[in-house]
Design a binder for this molecule. Structure first.
Ligand code: GRF
Length: 194
């Protein structure tokens, strides 16, 4: 199965899944990395792995119709069957969800639905968890629907919050857990579990 990863940032989740593929833990391959940011860490990592990188944004394609055509054409011509959002900072357009029904996953650095929604990304999630005095945070992989963080959850892992945690220390522990979670969701998908 051919996978496209959509990423805007460092790309550590992309890298973690790719490593599992190289270790032979998954049958799929990542054949495309898509980003709105041509200078992100994910772009650099794609080049290191020899994976095609596709830069598409409102700048490269100012006309929304052309943007849509270019994105769908690239995914189709690459034979993409599954899309993994990994730190992709754009709302996925409805036409993409229609083209890939139940075939777009996202990883979220917190427990959903409690710690999700618009504005709940990155350090904001960890701040909210600590402010709430929660004893546990976690990692959630869900199917992407038309809204932020609301699609069906397919995998959730807990991460302890320690009394001395700051949002930054919690972020490190959660990210480490993400790296051991996303590939497992892909494996479940490969095995037809959802
Ligand atoms: C991760 O925390 C992920 O949960 C969130 O964005 C971050 C991406 O990190 N959606 P990276 O680019 O994979 O390092």
């Amino acid at each position: 199965m051919k996978i496209a990863v959509f990423a805007s940032g460092g790309g550590s989740n992309f890298s973690a899944v790719q490593k599992k593929i190289l270790e032979g833990c998954l049958k799929s391959s990542i054949d495309l990395v898509v980003s709105n940011n041509s200078r992100c860490g994910a772009a650099e990592k794609a080049s290191l792995y020899g994976i095609e990188f596709f830069h598409i944004s409102g700048r490269t394609h100012p006309d929304p119709l052309k943007y849509r055509e270019a994105l769908l054409e690239k995914l189709a011509s690459t034979g993409i069957e599954l899309i993994l959002l990994a730190g992709y900072m754009k709302l996925v357009p409805d036409y993409l969800i229609a083209a890939y029904p139940r075939r777009i996953l996202n990883i979220h650095p917190g427990i959903l639905p409690e710690y999700g929604g618009k504005g709940m990304y990155g350090i904001n999630v960890h701040k909210a968890v600590i402010e709430a005095g929660a004893k546990e945070s976690g990692v959630t992989v869900h199917i992407v629907d038309e809204n932020y963080d609301t699609g069906p959850v397919v995998r959730q892992e807990k991460v302890p919050v320690l009394p001395e945690d700051t949002p930054e220390t919690l972020a490190v522990r959660v990210l480490r857990k993400e790296h051991d979670t996303y590939w497992r969701a892909v494996k479940d998908f490969e095995e037809g579990k959802f």
